[in-house]
Design a binder for this molecule. Structure first.
Ligand code: NI
Length: 202
């Protein structure tokens, strides 16, 4: 992905959060149940999905119930941002050791055309033994990206296989045991910081 895009996505995400807070705080009757956490806008990120894992099995969010998910959208032919983001995830999980086993790292491809289950299987094993790669039909992937409010767009690129690359936003989304949004990090978060933040959520 490209850096001006990162800035645009940060601005977009912040704007979205503000709107979410306005919408939530404007809901009548909310105050009656006591103070609401500021993270109430969380329902806007994530949700049900139906995809195919790197072993070729059809999966939904229910297959991950009971575990936290650390979700990253990317694609296997991404030259830089995706591999470095996945390296950070892997290193942070390794740093936390066995207690991080309640967190499942998940790569959802934004490139289902090239990222078949077999391609993902080969890719995920170079990062973390528990990393799950998810792909699916174009529609399934689009629906998942939309649920996570991920920006992804095919753009022509002579240097890439198939003649295209994909611009995409690059955040790590930490989801709770029932698939609800907890927090997110930029893919540039860094190993130590990510490990620290994940430790808080364990
Ligand atoms: Ni990428």
């Amino acid at each position: 992905m490209r850096w001006p895009l990162v800035v645009a996505m940060v601005v977009g995400l912040l704007a979205g959060s503000v709107i979410a807070l306005i919408v939530v705080s404007g809901t009548p009757g909310r105050e009656a149940s006591g103070p609401q956490p500021l993270t109430t806008g969380k329902a806007l990120i994530g949700g049900p999905f139906r995809l195919v894992d790197h072993k070729g099995r059809s999966v939904t969010e229910k297959d991950f119930a009971g575990r936290k998910m650390l979700v990253f959208f990317g694609f296997t032919s991404c030259p830089d941002v995706c591999p470095s983001g996945l390296q950070v995830i892997s290193a942070a999980l390794d740093k936390l050791g066995p207690k991080a086993e309640t967190i499942t790292p998940v790569l959802i491809t934004v490139d289902p055309g090239r990222d078949t289950p077999a391609v993902l299987a080969e890719y995920v094993k170079s990062f973390h033994p528990r990393l799950v790669g998810l792909t699916g039909s174009e529609e399934q992937v689009q629906a998942a990206a939309k649920a996570y409010r991920v920006y992804a767009k095919k753009v022509p690129d002579d240097k890439s296989p198939g003649g295209y690359t994909i611009e995409h936003s690059a955040y790590l989304y930490l989801m709770d045991e029932s698939g609800g949004f907890l927090t997110h990090f930029p893919s540039t978060v860094g190993v130590d910081r990510l490990a620290q933040e994940l430790a808080k959520a364990l």
